[in-house]
Design a binder for this molecule. Structure first.
Ligand SMILES: [Zn+2]
Length: 564
């Protein structure tokens, strides 16, 4: 009889009568599975990284070849080290399969949109709803998943493995861990000089090494509650009171805050774009700020930060979660309502009345599962009437969270009759469209936002019982193929300006201008002053004349005009 190295002799000798299965054939060592899967992920799974390095001219000549091979070796060794922690009898195949599939999915999105995987991108993925996911589905995604993920998973699943006893598994996994870490360290030391300068000059590369990027992002998101951002919610602005402009006998304020989605400041005609994407707003008496910078480059990063009193840097370093702008408005006695036509308010609206319109059934406004933004104006009077009467008497703040220009399906963000720039890209595979068709589809979504904002102002002008105003502020910008970058969500430090510059548009009724002393003409003179999301919290408090110790006038963009 031939003896195979990993023959499970004793078990073969004692087949239990109830198992109909054939006796297991001798399997391969799990080492093969780990090394094979790691090598696959380091090479095929990182095609986006290799493409990036090639584009940077880093893979030329012998030096380039050695650098590439060394980096692949480091990724493979670290992936092996990771897998060694999971290389147990019951866990190895599921864990490797998961890593392979995550790597394949990341590969698709990094190749298609040149995004990278960091903690804030992972939060975006975890908060994606069914509609957003459907927009991203494509034949190419399925093909990449099948070839780069499904194929190796199939091979892995069919590979018979023999693990041996628990002691042997532990010993082998420990050896694998130490060996792979030693290998990674050796390669790192050998390539330290070129690698260090490469990573310093191209910071985004570190978020492109699969599957390490996804695992690191997951770990850092999971660890978030341990080092801040959680625990007991801290109160904020409990001393908030309405100021003298709310004197009895005056009309109560009705303020609509439109939280924009993926609005690129530079694509607004109002901001000097050479295409007139905003004719309806241009006919209204509005002030548009052209030099406003976002807190993050994604909805999940920007929205909670915008509504926080802390500002970008302090928000990132916060120890606890704190109540936000909407809570403070509520503390002041105002009625607050959040209307969401997107994937949720990212926790901001938890303690105020909120409603979602994104699952509407209106055949005109909600043709294919998601709804166009005009749906938020439907039945708005009734929604406001349902808020507590004693609060409504003091004033109402409605936040409308737009679908806006959410990509990649820009063409779905404007109804057929609103399309002014043709032909437009209708594919989620943005790089398959001509640059002009892509910009056309995006600009159509801005032109629709223009109509939506003008319609909102029109609705406010009909609310004669209140003193009315509207402020629109975008959450982040977007890349439309510049430098082959698409969508948004790059780490803030390396994201291009188009992902960080956002529109901020203010419309104040004549009555509001009188009572606040803030005149649109004055605001227009400040169009080019550098502003940021840090100013949103304090500006809304200032505009509403809400007095609280957390208000900072230097962050109130309206304060200078009010004082004048
Ligand atoms: Zn967004």
């Amino acid at each position: 009889m031939t003896t195979l190295p990993y023959h499970a002799g004793p078990r073969l000798a004692l087949p239990t009568p109830t198992t109909a299965r054939a006796a297991p054939v001798a399997g391969r060592s799990p080492l093969w599975a780990v090394l094979g899967a790691s090598a696959w992920m380091a090479t095929v799974g990182n095609l986006a990284l290799w493409r990036e390095l090639a584009a940077l001219g880093q893979l030329q000549g012998l030096r380039g070849l050695l650098l590439g091979l060394g980096l692949a070796g480091i990724v493979m060794a670290l992936t092996t080290a990771l897998a060694s922690l999971l290389a147990w009898h019951r866990t190895l195949k599921p864990a490797l399969a998961l890593l392979l599939l995550v790597t394949a999915a990341s590969l698709h999105f990094m190749l298609a949109y040149r995004i990278v995987i960091d903690p804030s991108m992972l939060v975006n993925v975890l908060q994606t709803d069914a509609h957003e996911a459907a927009d991203l589905l494509s034949a190419r995604l399925l093909a990449t998943l099948a070839l780069a993920g499904g194929l190796p998973v199939l091979l892995l699943w069919r590979l018979p493995l023999h693990h041996g006893g628990a002691g042997r598994q532990a010993l082998r996994n420990l050896g694998l861990l130490l060996g792979s870490l030693a290998m990674a360290l050796a390669l790192l030391l050998a390539l330290f000089q070129p690698l260090a300068s490469l990573m310093r000059n191209h910071k985004a590369l570190r978020y492109q090494m699969s599957p390490l990027n996804s695992v690191w992002a997951l770990g850092s998101v999971a660890a978030q509650p341990l080092h801040g951002g959680a625990g007991v919610l801290q109160p904020l602005g409990r001393d908030a009171q309405l100021g003298p402009s709310h004197a009895a006998g005056r009309k109560p304020p009705l303020l609509v805050l439109v939280l924009g989605e993926t609005g690129r400041s530079g694509n607004f005609g109002l901001n000097g774009y050479d295409r007139d994407t905003t004719p309806a707003l241009a006919r209204l008496d509005v002030a548009s700020l052209r030099n406003v910078w976002s807190c993050g480059t994604s909805t999940a990063a920007s929205v909670p930060c915008m509504f926080s009193h802390l500002g970008r840097e302090a928000y990132g370093a916060r120890e606890h979660d704190t109540e936000n702008l909407l809570d403070v408005l509520q503390h002041a006695g105002l009625a607050v309502l959040w209307i969401d036509n997107q994937s949720g308010c990212k926790g901001v609206c938890e303690r105020v009345p909120h409603v979602s319109t994104s699952a509407g059934t209106d055949p005109m406004l909600c043709p294919d599962g998601s709804c166009q933004d005009m749906v938020m104006l439907q039945g708005l009077e009734q929604r406001i009437a349902a808020l507590p009467a004693e609060r409504r008497a003091r004033g109402v703040v409605v936040v409308m969270h737009q679908m806006g220009s959410h990509g990649p399906a820009y063409s779905k963000r404007s109804p057929p009759q609103a399309k002014r720039f043709l032909p437009e890209c209708t594919s989620a595979q943005l790089q398959d469209c001509s640059p002009q068709a892509l910009v056309n589809a995006y600009d159509n979504s801005i032109a629709y936002t223009d109509q939506f904002l003008a319609a909102t102002v029109g609705w406010l002008q009909r609310q004669t019982e209140a003193s009315t105003a509207m402020v629109y502020l975008g959450d982040h910008g977007e890349s439309l193929g510049e430098n082959n970058l698409y969508l948004h969500g790059l780490p803030y430090a390396v994201a291009p300006d188009v992902q960080k510059r956002v529109p901020w548009i203010t419309w104040l009724s004549a009555d509001w201008q009188r009572r606040s002393g803030v005149h649109t003409a004055c605001l227009r003179q400040q169009a080019d002053v550098r502003r940021s999301h840090d100013d949103w919290f304090h500006s809304v408090l200032g505009l509403l004349d809400v007095h609280t110790s957390v208000y900072r006038p230097e962050h109130d963009i309206y304060a200078a005009c009010a004082a004048g």
